[in-house]
Design a protein around this ligand. Structure first.
Ligand SMILES: [Fe+2]
Ligand SMILES: [Fe+2]
Length: 195
């Protein structure tokens, strides 16, 4: 990991120990790196810190309230918004603390402030962050975690995920990665009955 990204990582990870973020964010980081290979013109110095920092705001929301703010049925939109606002604030503080470039810092904060509730993308970097945020849902660990947490039978959850690919993702590479990951899950289900 590049030194300037590592400095952000060290501070960002202090905020990951809630929800499933200590699994979700590292996976999103790896997916983001793969997406960047297909989008070499995108600024990795915006995309990578934005991914590392995008969900730090969940730490500001009590764990018993978090489940109402995400998932197939969001019961309380204000919680989804709150984790973005808090995340943008904390990210801005962290980027200032590591003396990150001011122009890139502003772009990162703008991406985080809307990474879930803003349905359009602001830029190629924003699109890559949004896509990297969602691919993990298609991996065995994401499928297993979510279907249990949302109390949805795994087969129904997998079928639902398949129907979201076209509308969720902004880039063709992300759709391809999601389809490949889901195919692995479907194969495991067919072979052994669980992910
Ligand atoms: Fe989020
Ligand atoms: Fe996320």
């Amino acid at each position: 990991m590049k030194g300037s990204h590592y400095a952000v990582y060290l501070r960002a990870r202090e905020h990951w120990n809630t929800r499933f973020n200590d699994i979700h964010v590292p996976l999103s980081y790896l997916h983001g790196r793969q997406l960047l290979l297909a989008h070499p013109a995108a600024d990795a110095d915006v995309v990578i810190p934005a991914i590392l920092l995008h969900d730090v705001g969940w730490k500001s929301i009590a764990e018993e309230d978090q489940l109402r703010g995400y998932g197939p049925t969001v019961e309380d939109e204000s919680l989804a918004r709150l984790h973005e606002v808090e995340g943008a604030r904390i990210a801005d503080e962290i980027l200032a603390a590591v003396d990150y470039d001011g122009r890139q810092r502003a772009l990162i904060v703008a991406i985080i402030d809307g990474h879930d509730t803003r349905k359009e993308s602001l830029s190629e970097e924003d699109a890559l962050v949004k896509d990297a945020d969602k691919i993990w849902r298609y991996t065995p660990v994401g499928v297993d975690y979510h279907h249990q947490q949302f109390a949805i039978p795994v087969a129904s959850h997998v079928a639902w995920l398949g129907r979201q690919i076209e509308r969720w993702f902004f880039t063709e590479r992300a759709r391809q990665m999601a389809r490949i990951a889901l195919a692995e899950v479907e194969q495991a289900l067919a072979e052994v009955g669980h992910v």
